[in-house]
Design a protein around this ligand. Structure first.
Ligand code: MEV
Length: 425
């Protein structure tokens, strides 16, 4: 089978037809298809094993973004999100980017940082020197902390030391354990290794170990995506390609200069990123924490993406951010819908998944700032908002589109109007 994610007219199919198309694409089993459709999936029983005090499960829409081509491979991207316009936005942007050759993506080795806080040190430089002299011993202890990851080629990669002469709790020495987590996100394995290093570090430094925990500023595990879009591909309804290119660059410049705008600009990126993180059972809080800390790494919070143009006037976009994701471990293989999502993505490694996710972030950023710099975002939003109001008023099936369309043409999208229209049906 040749895989072409351009699935033209995918949105026109019914939900079950779309599930069938995706099931065919990814060779899903009957159970996996049922998980997509919400007929199976996370049961209360399973939920009870995942968290404490479980009382049930909570559903969210899962959509499929089309048109993605990442490093030459066509992918369908499962996205879990409640916000209208995001799935359509990334699919549209991926179509534009595809016209320029698709996403070029790359990523670092899957290395996480574990932190061990050492307090009550009398002589910081001496403690530092002692740790440096015992690096091999510490690395060997960390290597023994997880035989499975060692067998897969992962494990400790280095020990780095940082000192803070003056903190509210006095001088502090921080040991960084750099740990290759291979295809896992790795929080558990890193935390375990850090805990096992605590006693040897106390013995070597004469200090007292406090926290032993991974850092979510995963700046050793960055993923990056780039795209080039010919200006003429961006032209539409009265907007020349050049005008769209300069509008997008101006929008980015605003975010680059102003943290108030950068927060919203990056939120748009995270609309795309988080939706795939959720679909694949990864930890979206970890990704959010890493993204915003990375955006502030210069000391000033700024845009995660950059936009510019080349000598030919083509639009060039780039996004780089920490991407600590796994395809094994955590809830990735426990949640039935997540298993189906991973099968649809067919990423062979955590790094490949990271590269797809950062491409989705770049696509979502493009969709948002292209719309903001031209016609605005409310036009598209209002269509979906009207549908949500119609559903909230109790409309079902074909009533949803009919009532939403009527409210839009009247310019009166309110719950009261939707209820009145529903009564008069
Ligand atoms: C809305 O969820 C996201 C946007 O605000 C992003 C942006 O402003 O770039 C549209």
């Amino acid at each position: 089978m040749t895989y072409n994610s351009r699935l033209s007219g995918f949105y026109k199919h019914s939900l079950t037809e779309r599930a069938d198309i995706v099931a065919g694409w990814a060779d899903l089993t009957i159970e996996e298809r049922a998980a997509l459709l919400g007929e199976a999936g996370l049961t209360p029983d399973l939920a009870d094993k995942l968290i404490e005090n479980a009382v049930g499960v909570y559903g969210l829409p899962m959509g499929i973004a089309t048109n993605f081509q990442v490093n030459g491979r066509d992918v369908l991207v499962p996205m879990v999100i409640e916000e209208p316009s995001v799935v359509a936005g990334v699919s549209f942007a991926a179509k534009l980017i595809r016209a320029g050759g698709g996403f070029r993506a790359g990523s670092d080795q899957p290395e996480m940082i574990g932190q061990i806080q050492v307090l009550d040190i009398v002589d910081l430089p001496a403690a530092r020197a002692a740790l440096e002299a015992h690096t091999d011993e510490l690395m060997a202890i960390a290597a023994r902390s997880d035989n499975v990851i060692a067998g897969l080629g992962g494990g400790p990669r280095g020990i780095e030391l940082r000192t803070f002469d003056d903190t509210p709790a006095g001088p502090m020495l921080i040991v960084h354990l750099v740990f290759d987590c291979r295809d896992a996100m790795g929080a558990n394995m890193v935390n375990t290794a850090c805990e096992q290093l605590a006693a040897p570090i106390e013995r070597i430094t004469g200090g007292r170990v406090g926290l032993r925990i991974l850092s979510n500023l995963a700046d050793r595990r960055l993923a990056r995506a780039e795209c080039t879009i010919p200006a003429d591909v961006l032209a539409f309804e009265g907007y020349s390609g050049e005008r769209v290119v300069s509008g997008i660059i101006e929008a980015w410049a605003f975010a680059a200069a102003d943290p108030y705008r950068a927060a919203t600009h990056n939120k748009g990126i995270m609309n795309g990123v988080d939706a795939v993180i959720l679909a694949t059972g990864n930890d979206w809080r970890a990704i959010e924490a890493g993204a915003h800390a990375y955006a502030a790494r210069s000391g000033r919070y700024t845009s995660l993406s950059t936009w510019g143009k080349d000598a030919k006037g083509n639009l060039i976009g780039r996004l780089e951010m920490p991407m600590a994701v796994g395809i094994i471990g955590g809830s990735t293989r426990v949640h039935p819908t997540t298993r189906a999502a991973l099968k649809i993505l067919n990423a062979q490694t955590a790094r490949e998944l990271a590269e797809i996710i950062v491409s989705v972030g770049l696509a979502q950023n493009l969709a948002a700032i292209r719309a903001l710099a031209t016609e605005g975002i409310q036009k598209g939003h209002m269509t979906l908002h009207a549908r949500q109001i119609a559903i909230a008023a109790g409309a079902e099936g074909e009533q949803v589109m009919a009532i939403a369309g009527r409210m839009q043409s009247e310019g009166n999208i309110t719950l009261e109007r939707a209820e009145a229209l529903l009564k008069s049906e």
